[in-house]
Structure formats: structure tokens, C-alpha cells
Design a binder for this molecule. Structure first.
Ligand code: CAP
Ligand code: MG
Length: 426
């Protein structure tokens, strides 16, 4: 073990310009907690595994400071000059980079962060946020509801558009592409956009409601921007991106292009589980949520806690912890907390949902959520349109504070859904 010196500074008080990070760590065998914390601080700021002749007292002042160790939780303050404002890849390469593979730690999880104002305001943030989306959809005081066209892959452009039309006609606000549908031989992107927006218009005319299509533009960055432009030119209002597989550079690029495109950006988080699932090692969804809110998505998948994916209620509530020492976490949902004027982001709940799971979700998270069900709509005994109607009916029942089981007696699509999948009021 190399001796890292000068990074453990228990009397250091973080300044308002520091980026303060919270890590959970388990030192490697034979390494103390202090040594592990200093190793992480060194490697994520200015140091390396040995003392170097090129170091100077001036540069040492820029080093990260471990200022608190409580149990397996470590707080490290990073001076602002270590970072390039507006450059998210660089920030992650520092505080979420080499450190996860160091021999000095057996486990390391990046749990949370408090960002200094100068870094927060160096990013664009959401263009629309919750207020802008509610204005666009003309839906003020209920959760938005949507579906994902299923099967995930395989439908033709026309087949895809028809499923979307059925879902909109049944009452859903939003229809999205699945995360791995982009432009495959059986369903080419441009043709899909043309066909699906044509039936969106038809559904709008017939229902009198605003209907949203969220096409997946995930691709190489310049191609992604071209596809987003095409969506805009065809009268689309949304673009969906898989934020982790396009990376922070790709996300910043499309957000930059979106200054002119003015599309609502929907953030799918495919692959997040590789980082977030293991509670001993990896990166929390809190930090991912902060990151993409700063870059500027308008909606972000956060899980359901009641559906098919692993996350817990705490994961979905996303309140984080009170981390004194230079900053205090909000009491509300991380995506909507006041943050130097950054717009609030719509939380998207999806993954194994069906109408019977919507009541506990609204109870847990309130009305400022978007609920999406794929299998839970297209798997309805009477098909997509009925599945969509059942989703809308259960939301109406909850918002009217009706007894859902009673309400289902006069709403057959909801009744059928409950008979197939059950009703959960826990
Ligand atoms: C849901 C989904 C979403 C997941 C992503 C899927 O379909 O389309 O991608 O919700 O998970 O492909 O599984 P179902 P998360 O409604 O049929 O489950 O939202 O947790 O990121
Ligand atoms: Mg999906």
C-alpha cells in the first residue's frame, strides 16, 4: 500500500465552490479506512500511487480533501478548479473514474454529491421540465400515462404506427419506442416517424386530446441529431435517447442541438443496473439523475419499486441523505428539488406496470409522474385499446379518490385488467 499523505483533512470545511462527494467504501484487506479514503481522494484529483518529484505545494492545494469518515461513508471535497465547467465527461472521469478499480478498495459506491452553483449553472438544464410538458400536453393535474410499443422489436413501420394509434385512441397521452428500437431493416426510422405521426394526428383529431410520440433517436451523435431534426421537421415534439449508451458527450450534443430543435427530451436509462444495482459497488441513480438533469433532459426513468425491476422504494423516492458539510439535500424528490433555477424533471415510472399497480405508485410519488406500461397495456385481455383505456380509468379513479374496485364495476376495461393482473393498494 502506498502512503498517500495530505488528503485526510478532518478539520477542512467545504466551501460553497467545492464539489462534495459521498462515497461508501470497503477498504481492501490490510488497508485502513483512512488509507482507502486517501487513495480515492488522490486518484480522483491530483495524485497517483507514489510520491512524484513533479508535485509542488501549489498543486497540492488543489488536491481533494477527505474531511469526514463515518463508518463506511466517506465525504470528499473537490476544489472547483479541478473541473471544467460544462464538461460532464471530465467531471465523471474524475469523481467516477479510475477509483472503482483501485486495489486499495474492495468495494466503492458513489452514493451522492452536492454540486457547487458554478458547476450547476455551467450546464443548460432541462428546456421544458414539468411545467413545459404539462403546458404542451394540456394536462394539468394528473399523472401522464403512456405505453411502449411491444413487441420491443419486429413490427413493421405500419404495424408500429397501428399499435400506437390503438394506444392513443384508448386514452393514453404518450407512446414511445422501446430502448433497442432505432432503425432496423424491419422498421426503418424515417418511415416509422412518418407513419406514426400520421396516426398520431388521426388520434388527436378523433379524441380532441394532445397525443405524444416519443421516437428513439439513439445513434452515433451526428446521426442522432439528424434524426431529431427529422422528427422536428415531421411535426414531432419529443425525442427519446438512451442516456447511458449514448454517453454524456452524446447527451450534451443533443441538448445543445435542442436549443434550436425545441424537442422534449425523454431519458431512457438502459444499462443503469450495471452501475446502480449493487449497493456495495457502483454509482447511485441519484448521481445519474443529478447528471442528466444538469445536462438537460426533461423526463427520466426512475423505476417503480412495485414492478418487474429491482429498485427499492428508497431508490424511487430519490430523496438522498442529509449530507451536512457544505450542503444540505432537499427533502423532496431529487428530480424536482430547487436547484439554482434548474427546471424540475418529470419522473417516469415504467417496468412491469399494469393498471392494478398504478394506485400504490401515485400514493408513493404523487401526481407529477409519468406512468408507462408496455406489457400491462398490450397484454390486456381485450387488446391494446382496452389496455390503454384501463390505464386511463385507474388514474381517473385514483385522482377522483374513488374506490378502485368499485370504480371497476362500471369500467369494464379496468375490471378485465384487475381480473387478469390483480389490484395492489399497498
Ligand atoms: C418496460 C420497458 C422499459 C423498462 C425500463 C422494458 O416494458 O419498456 O424499458 O421500464 O426499465 O423494455 O422493459 P414493460 P426502467 O412495461 O412491458 O415492462 O424504467 O426501470 O429504466
Ligand atoms: Mg423498454
Amino acid at each position: 500500500m502506498v502512503k498517500y499523505t495530505g488528503y485526510w483533512q478532518p478539520n477542512y470545511k467545504p466551501t460553497k465552490n467545492d464539489l462534495v462527494m459521498l462515497y461508501k467504501m470497503k477498504p481492501a484487506r490490510g488497508i485502513s479506512m483512512n488509507q482507502a479514503a486517501e487513495a480515492v481522494a488522490a486518484e480522483s484529483s491530483i495524485g497517483t500511487w507514489t510520491t512524484i518529484a513533479t508535485m509542488s505545494p501549489e498543486i497540492k492545494k488543489m488536491g481533494a480533501k477527505v474531511f469526514e469518515i463515518k463508518g463506511n461513508m466517506v465525504k470528499i471535497a473537490y476544489p472547483l478548479e479541478l473541473f471544467e465547467p460544462g464538461n460532464m465527461p471530465q467531471i465523471w472521469s474524475s469523481v467516477a473514474g479510475n477509483i472503482f478499480n483501485m486495489k486499495d478498495v474492495e468495494f466503492l459506491r458513489l452514493e451522492d454529491a452536492s454540486w457547487p452553483r458554478k458547476l450547476v449553472t455551467s450546464f443548460k438544464g432541462p428546456k421544458f421540465g414539468i411545467p413545459g410538458i404539462r403546458k404542451l400536453l394540456r394536462v394539468k393535474d394528473r399523472p401522464l400515462c403512456g405505453t411502449i410499443v411491444k413487441p420491443k422489436l419486429g413490427l413493421s413501420e405500419k404495424g408500429h404506427a397501428k399499435v400506437a394509434y390503438e394506444a392513443w385512441s384508448g386514452g393514453l397521452d404518450i407512446v414511445k419506442d422501446d430502448e433497442n428500437l432505432t432503425s432496423q431493416p424491419f422498421n426503418k426510422f424515417h418511415e416509422r416517424i412518418i407513419q406514426t405521426l400520421k396516426l398520431r394526428d388521426k388520434a388527436e383529431d378523433e379524441t380532441g386530446e394532445k397525443k405524444i410520440y416519443m421516437p428513439n433517436v439513439t445513434a452515433e451523435t451526428s446521426e442522432m441529431i439528424k434524426r431529431a431534426k427529422f422528427v422536428k421537421d415531421c411535426g414531432g415534439e419529443y425525442a427519446m435517447v438512451d442516456i447511458l449508451t449514448i454517453g454524456w458527450s452524446g447527451l450534451q450534443s443533443i441538448r445543445e442541438a435542442n436549443e434550436d430543435l425545441k424537442l422534449v427530451l425523454h431519458a431512457h436509462r438502459a444499462m443503469h443496473g450495471a452501475l446502480t444495482r449493487n449497493k456495495n459497488h457502483g454509482i447511485s441513480m441519484l448521481f445519474i439523475a443529478d447528471t442528466v438533469r444538469l445536462i438537460g433532459v426533461d423526463q427520466l426513468h426512475i423505476g417503480t419499486a412495485v414492478g418487474k425491476m429491482m429498485e427499492t422504494k428508497e431508490d424511487v423516492m430519490m430523496v438522498g441523505e442529509e449530507i451536512e458539510g457544505g450542503f444540505v439535500k432537499a427533502k423532496g424528490h431529487r428530480l424536482q428539488e430547487d436547484w439554482h433555477g434548474v427546471k424540475p424533471v418529470f419522473a417516469v415510472c415504467s417496468g412491469g406496470l399494469h393498471p392494478g399497480l398504478i394506485p400504490p405508485l401515485i400514493k408513493m410519488l404523487g401526481k407529477d409522474i409519468i406512468v408507462q406500461a408496455g406489457g400491462g397495456v398490450h397484454g390486456h385481455p381485450s387488446g391494446t385499446k382496452a389496455g390503454a383505456a384501463a390505464m386511463r380509468q385507474v388514474i381517473d379513479a385514483v385522482m377522483k379518490k374513488e374506490n378502485v374496485r368499485e370504480y371497476a364495476k362500471t369500467h369494464k376495461e379496468l375490471d378485465q385488467a384487475i381480473k387478469k393482473w390483480g389490484l395492489y393498494n399497498k
